[in-house]
Design a protein around this ligand. Structure first.
Ligand SMILES: O=P(O)(O)OC[C@H]1O[C@H](O)[C@H](O)[C@@H](O)[C@@H]1O
Length: 526
């Protein structure tokens, strides 16, 4: 049995607060710095590695973190989760997203079925459907092949799948795996749907309506928007639309769709990229084999997360260093900086994944807690970010821990040598330079040009962003966030904080407003 206790009751946490702070300007300089970069690295799944040399940790800190991992029973809690304990206490649900990509422990039976079999079966149904679309066995009413897939969804039904699609689009084009172009409609802003519809040939488009709950206002509105466009084009919407939803949702039984694929209540929207939610669009865009490789990368990372040895468990290590930075060092944010244009929407996905999961002020039993939880997450690809917000990161008054991601090779393999180096080399040179600049700083007599340093970072490094590497990268962050929630003793798997705004918006639309809400409504001409 695991013991769910608040972090500030744990002896190891209290010991951690007393450890002397590591000065990166000192430890990262000279030979010692070189030794740290060589040694402070942990293998991840799919050939990636997590290098934490430029984090403010030393043996003493790591020793405390290892004790904290043990005392907080992090791996035991993970085990309880994948074996089917009701870890989502707020909604009284199991948490099973890892089972979409592998069997980690005991068979989990729920709703009268074996859950791993259920997820694998949905994946197989999607694979069969995608293959038929690609082979021209499932076509539009005129018997012509579909060329474009358009996902309609928001939040977890958009961000992850969209980020994953963009991450693999160029890789697929280079590796003969590009089957259909994908587009995404998410915002209830009518300009979003209209712009996508204007950019495609609707007669050859297959729409994937994705909503776990089947009740999300934006998604249902956009569905109607698209159906209207199909009707105006003289097309039968039910021949152009498939649904991905949970079996209990109002969409599940509808005959308005060509086909329906399922996930369930045990997979949070933000954790659903490896379920049917990501499976449908990614299998249609790149083929089921690519989606299977993506799942295999995630599964490798899930297996690593079972390791009780902190230095062999990159997600747990990353999580605990993050807790140390947030609660002991007092840093309020974390920035995600992929030096890969393919990962342009990955930070946006992590914003939801992390902040919706760990933005909580009560523990898993609903009691107020006395410590900070999830940091603010933001990010942009490098080097673009360098020319935007890095000024604050280098010289601002807040220290913001940085999560770099870099690959030795680019995806398209097209590159040119200009002034003695390729573009890829220039990209990678900038990551290396930034890490050292942030850690070591540079003294200058002119205070305006002085860099204090001591800005901690870690880097996830890989050879190339492949489907497998992407799966591992995604699962690393999912598991990191899960472990942090365990340490903070919060429920990372509900999102009550998004409800109030929705309720008030309904009142505005029904003209049931008064006071400030009424005046804001008038201001916006509703
Ligand atoms: O997939 P759906 O049920 O349509 O939900 C879409 C999104 O909306 C909600 O407001 C939640 O905040 C998200 O966690 C969820 O991913």
């Amino acid at each position: 049995m695991v013991n769910w206790s608040n972090m500030d009751t744990l002896g190891a946490y209290n010991a951690l607060t007393k450890v002397a702070k590591v000065d990166l300007t000192e430890v990262m300089s000279g030979e010692n710095g070189a030794k740290r970069v060589k040694e402070m690295t942990v293998p991840m799944g799919a050939g990636l590695s997590y290098n934490y040399a430029s984090k403010q940790v030393n043996e003493e800190v790591l020793d405390c973190l290892a004790k904290l991992a043990d005392e907080a029973q992090l791996v035991d809690k993970y085990e309880a989760l994948y074996n089917g304990e009701v870890v989502n206490t707020g909604e009284k649900r199991l948490v099973l997203h890892q089972l979409t990509r592998g069997q980690l422990g005991n068979d989990v039976m729920a709703d009268g079925v074996n859950k791993r079999e259920f997820y694998a079966n949905e994946q197989a149904r999607i694979a069969e459907f995608a293959n038929k679309v690609h082979a021209g066995e499932i076509t539009n009413a005129a018997g012509e092949k579909f060329t474009t897939v358009v996902q309609i969804g928001i939040g977890g039904s958009d961000l992850g799948p969209r980020a994953m699609y963009l991450a693999l689009e160029n890789w697929a084009k280079k590796n003969n795996a590009f089957k259909m172009e994908a587009k995404f409609i998410s915002n209830v802003d009518p300009d979003d749907a209209a712009a996508v519809l204007n950019s495609i040939d609707v007669a050859h488009s297959l729409f994937v309506l994705v909503s776990k709950s089947g009740t999300t206002l934006e998604t249902l509105t956009n569905e109607s928007f698209v159906k209207d466009a199909l009707k105006k084009a003289g097309l039968d919407a039910s021949k152009h639309m498939i649904a991905v939803t949970s079996q209990t949702s109002p969409l599940a039984k509808s005959s308005d769709y060509l086909a329906a694929f399922f996930m369930d209540d045990y997979i949070g929207g933000r954790f659903s990229s490896t379920s049917s939610v990501g499976g449908a669009v990614l299998s249609l865009a790149f083929g089921p084999e690519v989606f299977a490789d993506f799942l295999a990368g995630a599964a490798e990372e899930d297996v690593l997360a079972k390791n009780k040895d902190l230095l062999k468990n990159p997600a747990m290590l990353d999580a605990l260093i993050g807790v140390y930075e947030r609660n002991v060092l007092g840093y309020p944010c974390t920035t995600v900086l992929p030096y890969s244009q393919a990962l342009s929407r990955f930070p946006a996905h992590l914003q939801q994944l992390d902040m919706e999961s760990n933005g909580k002020s009560v523990n898993r039993f609903g009691e107020a807690i006395n410590y900070k939880t999830g940091p603010v997450i933001f990010g942009e690809p490098g080097t673009n970010g360098q020319h935007s917000f890095y000024q604050l990161l280098h010289q601002g008054t807040d220290i913001v821990p940085l999560q770099f991601i870099g690959f030795r090779n680019n995806q398209l393999e097209t590159d040119v040598d200009i002034q003695g180096s390729t573009s890829q080399q220039k990209l990678c040179a900038n990551v290396a330079a930034q890490i050292v600049a942030f850690a070591c700083g540079k003294k200058d007599d002119n205070a305006n040009k002085n860099f204090a340093g001591n800005r901690p970072s870690s880097i996830i490094v890989g050879d190339k962003l492949t489907p497998k590497a992407l799966g591992a990268l995604l699962a690393h962050f999912e598991n990191k966030i899960m472990f942090q929630g365990f340490v903070w003793n919060i429920n990372s798997f509900d999102q009550e904080g998004v409800q109030l705004g929705k309720v008030l918006a309904k009142k505005v639309l029904a003209h049931e407003t008064e006071g400030a809400l009424k005046v804001y409504s008038d201001l916006l001409n509703i």
